[in-house]
Design a protein around this ligand. Structure first.
Ligand code: SAM
Length: 255
């Protein structure tokens, strides 16, 4: 279920951003110098959907996917796609300094505390990045835009709950300042997109709402959060289900 949800989310993000990436790397990915193409890392690659698409579209580039849990494909994959099982919080042992032309990391806001972002993860991404390379981070903000009362109750509770385990659900808005505070990067740019969520938003709205609700053993989707969040909010499981249902009815968007 979780792999399905991540694949669904991948296609939604691609639809919302109209691309698999935002950094100006098209030429880099198409280039091949002395038989060597660009070296690309995807940290926390999950089932590897992003890598599988990118490696098919840019066959000269080399793609390395890294995840703490080996849910990525092990046999059937494009020739220049490789996957490693690493915990980025313990660094990336086989990736030398200054090797990556482009480092991509997406949907990791529930994986790291703020201190881990600033003291471990971002320094590690910068360590492996070549001078002149690009880092791209893409994160969902847990705060709904323009929510109704149930949506607001739910997202406020999720943000407060994650804060109790030192996870900042609003980290997306802080990432560009974290990057700039390293004093090691130039041309830092932040962009936001919102999307509909709920039946009122047509197919995309329904898919976004499904992707937010359904996930097995995954703490960043609302049904997965039920056990923790209903206790935290002081409501029964039935009431919690009703709040989710109602929250998806009012017109609101997500950053
Ligand atoms: C929400 S999924 C996102 C997957 C993928 N980036 C995508 O956009 O489809 C988060 C992924 O991060 C991985 N992850 C969590 N903590 C990690 C860590 N410390 N090191 C490496 N991967 C990690 C999880 O196993 C999971 O596959």
């Amino acid at each position: 279920m979780e792999v399905d949800r991540l694949q669904n989310t991948h296609f939604l993000l691609k639809h919302i951003w109209k691309s698999n990436f935002f950094a100006p790397i098209e030429q880099l990915l198409d280039s091949c110098i002395n038989g060597k193409g660009a070296y690309v890392l995807d940290i926390g690659c999950g089932p590897g959907t992003w890598i599988l698409e990118m490696a098919s579209e840019y066959p000269d580039a080399e793609f390395i996917g890294i995840d703490i849990s080996p849910v990525y494909p092990s046999e059937v994959k494009p020739p220049k796609a490789t996957f490693y099982e690493y915990n980025v919080l313990k660094r990336l042992p086989t990736i030398p300094d200054n090797t990556a032309d482009y480092v991509h990391m997406r949907s990791m806001n529930a994986a790291f505390t703020e201190i881990e972002w600033t003291e471990v993860v971002l320094p590690e991404l910068i360590r492996v990045l070549k001078p002149g390379g690009w880092i791209e981070l893409c994160e969902l903000d847990m705060q709904f835009c323009n929510p109704g009362p149930s949506g607001k109750r739910l997202s406020d509770a999720a943000i407060a709950f994650f804060a109790t385990i030192d996870i900042n659900g609003l980290i997306a808005a802080k990432l560009s300042s974290f990057l700039s505070e390293t004093h090691q990067l130039r041309k830092i740019k932040q962009e936001e997109r919102s999307s509909p969520c709920g039946k009122w938003g047509g197919t995309v709205g329904q898919l976004v709402s499904q992707s937010l609700q359904v996930a097995k053993d995954n703490i960043d989707a609302y049904i997965g959060l039920k056990t923790y969040l209903s206790d935290f909010m002081g409501v029964t499981h039935e009431e919690y289900d009703r709040i989710i249902e109602k929250s998806m009815l009012k017109k609101f968007g997500l950053i």
